[in-house]
Design a protein around this ligand. Structure first.
Ligand SMILES: NC(=O)c1ccc[n+]([C@@H]2O[C@H](COP(=O)([O-])OP(=O)(O)OC[C@H]3O[C@@H](n4cnc5c(N)ncnc54)[C@H](OP(=O)(O)O)[C@@H]3O)[C@@H](O)[C@H]2O)c1
Length: 348
């Protein structure tokens, strides 16, 4: 079991929002195959080990870090409890029960009904420690909505993009690294389809930790096939008022609100149901406005970059400011500075 737990840990940072899982198949005192859940969307640990073992799995014992799963509506991967039984595995020992209410105890029941000897709680404490984050999330009531944090990056004159729509990069590399950390700390990061079409962001944690789930509001499902959020680096959920498919993402149909757009209350309810605890809403302006108007934001984090975008058509035409002196004046913040570079500016 210790080996199964060590193998499971190899999926750290890659399997979110799934739990880490490892599987070791032993027969006649010899190890015959191992497997682990390598990344979100990839096969489960049991499936990997069973594939390697082939017919040798018959009569073997399986050590698994987490109760083998069963199918339930909306689940994409096949049932591992079923697969172990079909392969003729004789005994299954696991560390922790799957707390997912759709699975809890059902894997064990299915395997017992197929004549498998099942032992639970083997190195249970270590198993719970390994997946502490997942277990905590799953204990969270599905009725709770996530905490919403609006993140904005603005020029000092309050622009989110140049006239041509560019917003890369308003802020400095240090600020972008900090955003990477915020993404790693969030369960999900959300943008509107306008931002995907204009900026094509990948919305990963930029190497600062595990990648969050990427959420795109796209009522009419117009996301381009080559969008970077569909690159498989992290799970992507498209919340849409339409039913449909987008390779590389899960399309989740959400009720339409005003103007046929995704209803934000419904969207947050759906994310809560999926045990998302926090969402970093990164824009763009229409999406920020909709969250604020609906009274749905809990916190804001606003970067002000020392530049003026005014009527600049391109980001490189922004005016840089130097010798900035930020100051508090009563309830306000005053930013004083001199204009560093007056580049020629073309207006559109
Ligand atoms: N500086 C920054 O921090 C920052 C961050 C992000 C983006 N940006 C910039 O912002 C610009 C894009 O922003 P944007 O305002 O045009 O687009 P956006 O806010 O990214 O996306 C707006 C679109 O989202 C869809 N949507 C679905 N449900 C919605 C709802 N309930 N409320 C609002 N929108 C909903 C709508 O399209 P459908 O009706 O088709 O679904 C809507 O047109 C780009 O220039 C980008 O560079 C800047």
């Amino acid at each position: 079991m210790r080996l199964a737990l060590d193998l499971a840990a190899r999926g750290r940072r890659r399997v979110f929002p799934n739990p880490m899982a490892g599987c070791v198949l032993v027969k006649d005192g010899r190890l015959i195959a191992t497997g682990w859940h390598r990344a979100y969307g990839r096969p489960h640990a049991e499936a990997e080990a069973l594939k390697l073992a082939g017919r040798r799995a018959r009569g073997a014992a399986a050590y698994v870090s987490l109760e083998p799963c069963v199918t339930f509506p909306g689940k994409k991967t096949p049932s591992c409890a079923q697969a172990l039984a079909d392969a003729g595995v004789a005994r299954v020992l696991y560390a922790t029960q799957d707390p997912n209410p759709s699975v809890a105890g059902r894997g064990q029941k299915l395997m017992r009904s197929r004549g498998i000897g099942v032992v639970s709680g083997v190195l249970g404490r270590e198993g719970r420690a390994l997946n502490a984050d997942f277990l905590e999330r799953m204990r969270r009531p599905a009725s709770l909505k996530p905490r919403v944090i609006l993140k904005m990056a603005l020029s000092l004159d309050g622009r989110a993009a140049s006239l041509s729509g560019e917003s890369r990069w308003i802020t400095s590399p240090a600020s972008r690294r900090l955003v990477g950390r915020w993404r790693a700390e969030s369960d999900a990061v959300l943008v509107g389809i306008g931002t995907v079409l204009e900026d094509d962001p990948s919305l990963t944690a930029r190497g600062m930790g595990r990648n969050p789930v990427r959420v795109v509001l796209d009522s009419r499902l117009k996301i381009p096939r080559r969008a970077k959020v569909l690159n498989g680096e992290a799970p992507t959920w498209i919340l849409s008022a339409r039913r449909g498919r987008a390779p590389g993402a899960e399309v989740i149909a959400v009720a339409a609100g005003r103007g046929g757009r995704v209803d934000l209350e419904e969207a947050l309810t759906e994310l809560g149901r999926r045990r998302i605890r926090s969402v970093l809403v990164e824009g763009g302006p229409q999406v920020w406005a909709a969250f604020l108007k609906g009274g749905l934001a809990d916190e804001v984090r606003v970067f002000f970059a020392p530049k003026l975008l005014g009527g600049a058509c391109r980001m490189k035409q922004a005016l840089s400011l130097k010798d900035m002196r930020p100051q508090r004046v009563g309830a306000d913040f005053l930013f004083q500075g001199s204009i560093a570079a007056a580049t020629t500016r073309t207006h559109r």
